[in-house]
Design a protein around this ligand. Structure first.
Ligand SMILES: Cc1cc2nc3c(=O)[nH]c(=O)nc-3n(C[C@H](O)[C@H](O)[C@H](O)COP(=O)(O)OP(=O)(O)OC[C@H]3O[C@@H](n4cnc5c(N)ncnc54)[C@H](O)[C@@H]3O)c2cc1C
Ligand code: FES
Ligand code: FES
Length: 460
């Protein structure tokens, strides 16, 4: 069985720990570091109770391996507050606005709120509610939570701009009031649990990543882990080796040129959503990336992981297919039309890596989805892109994997206007029915979304 020594800086304290290969960060924090303020609610990346900051970004610690955080700075709820035990400014605001009842969700909300200080979240209720989409409060105390965050955000931002610590906040000085001795490794309950998990490798080049993939037939690349780790938890994947791509710099390129946008495979959704060049030249892609899941998932989930996974309800496959993009891999350049091969299937070979995706500059584009309210995956998603000389429409969420809609493309190619879609319907045979909706409903919504998207792009 596989164990490794890793080093973390937790709340400003150096921690050297021996962990199991498949150990989630939440368990390390709770069981090895005795930091039980980080709560474990759903354990399926849905509720946000386990939110902590890793290198300043919010993540759900139930859906991240501790090994992925080797060498990182981790901030938990225990790292806030002052020397004398006084509350952090956000905690004080929560208290003032009665923003907690049972308190189970509270550490996750507080950590999520803290991350908003560095994001473009307006301190007003609609924006704050949207930014909180990855955190659930079963006691439904949202009103007070939102008010508290709206009140605290401007104060925290002003103090950051002035580069001075906020009264009662140790986040800029994580060592304050904390012991600096290393954690004692492995004197706790987790070490008594049966050991399991794949071997974790962190190559620093694509060449050595490919070598590792070739050496072990059951090895799998690991990007953000937002799809692969849940699949492993459910027993749907059991790789012998995880080839963690986070140290390969060339996969992090994001370059918006005059004609093309290049997004590296390891660029997280949140970075695409916030990039000025993408927002200006490829606004559909910025909006699509910003609408995936929640900020905690977007901070780590990547374009490459999403495409290689090719979930039939995922957003990126629709954006890539409608854009007529090219998937650049370690073996070749694959046009989007040849990349997607049905449910969870792609043209990739087992030892082939996605390096990035090249998007041509569009005239206009829009992606709209009717989302599953808990995960925000697309029950139905429609991407329409107008390119010089053609219009492409891609559908996701119908059930059989992303596909184009040739009849809609032909009509819009003649005239790019909502009126050109009059009477257009999608054959329900193209869609699957499930607990969420029957096939007929999905097909109907696809036509509605397409008309809405084209209407927004060509008003009048
Ligand atoms: C709560 C929740 C909500 C979500 N909601 C949405 C949503 O609304 N819309 C949406 O589109 N997605 C959603 N997702 C999925 C999310 O976008 C994931 O980030 C994405 O599907 C996988 O990206 P990853 O970087 O985490 O990949 P990983 O999980 O690390 O990997 C996924 C697969 O890709 C392979 N892989 C990774 N990188 C490469 C590479 N460079 N080359 C070859 N193979 C590679 C891995 O081996 C694995 O098989 C959600 C996920 C969660 C947990
Ligand atoms: S425990 Fe619910 S998201 Fe992690
Ligand atoms: S206060 Fe009870 S779950 Fe939120």
């Amino acid at each position: 069985m596989n164990r490794r020594i890793i080093a973390l800086r937790v709340n400003g304290r150096e921690c050297v720990l021996e962990v199991d290969a498949a150990e989630p960060l939440v368990e390390t924090l709770r069981e090895r570091c005795q930091l039980t303020g980080t709560h474990q609610g759903c354990d399926t990346a849905q509720c946000g109770a386990c939110t902590v900051l890793v290198n300043g970004s919010p993540i759900k610690s139930c859906n991240r391996l501790t090994e992925q955080s080797d060498g990182c700075d981790v901030l938990t709820i225990e790292g806030l507050g002052g020397e004398g035990g006084e509350l952090h400014l956000i905690q004080q605001a929560f208290s003032r606005h009665h923003a907690l009842q049972c308190g189970f969700c509270t550490p996750g909300f507080v950590m999520r709120a803290l991350a908003m200080v560095d994001e473009a979240v307006e301190p007003e209720p609609i924006a704050v509610r949207k930014a909180l989409s990855g955190n659930l409060c079963r006691c439904t105390g949202y009103e007070g939570i939102v008010q508290a965050i709206c009140e605290a955000l401007p104060v925290l931002r002003r103090s950051r701009a002035a580069d001075r610590p906020v009264e009662g906040a140790s986040m800029d000085r994580p060592d304050r009031g904390r012991p600096t001795s290393p954690c004692v490794p492995d004197t706790n309950r987790v070490s008594d649990m049966p050991l399991w998990g794949p071997i974790h490798c962190r190559p620093s080049s694509t060449a050595s990543a490919i070598e590792s993939l070739k050496a072990s037939p059951e090895a799998r690349p690991l990007a953000g882990g937002q799809s692969l780790l849940p699949a492993m938890r459910l027993g749907l994947a059991a790789p012998t080796h995880l080839i963690d791509l986070q140290d390969i710099d060339e996969l992090r390129t994001l370059r918006a040129g005059a004609d093309h946008l290049l997004v590296g495979a390891m660029v997280p959704h949140a970075r695409v959503a916030a990039d000025r060049g993408v927002m200006e030249g490829w606004p559909m892609l910025a909006a699509l990336a910003g609408g995936i899941a929640d900020q905690q998932v977007r901070s780590v989930g990547t374009l490459g992981g999403s495409l290689a996974n090719n979930d039939p309800a995922a957003c990126w496959p629709a954006g890539v297919l409608a854009s007529g993009a090219t998937v650049v891999t370690t073996r070749s350049r694959i046009p989007a039309d040849e990349f997607f091969k049905g449910i969870f299937a792609t043209a990739l070979a087992p030892d082939e890596l996605i390096l990035g995706v090249e998007f041509p500059r569009p005239i206009a584009g829009r992606y709209l989805k009717f989302e599953q309210p808990a995960s925000r995956f697309a029950l139905v998603g429609v991407a329409v892109v107008r390119l010089p000389g053609s219009v492409r429409v891609a559908l996701t969420g119908l059930g059989a994997g992303v596909c184009r809609w040739p009849e809609a493309e032909a009509r819009l190619g003649e005239r790019f206007h909502r009126a050109a879609l009059a009477g257009l319907t999608l054959d329900p045979a193209c869609a699957y029915g499930d607990l969420h909706s029957p096939a007929e409903y999905r097909a109907h919504i696809a036509a509605v979304l397409l008309k809405r998207a084209v209407g927004e792009l060509s008003p009048g």
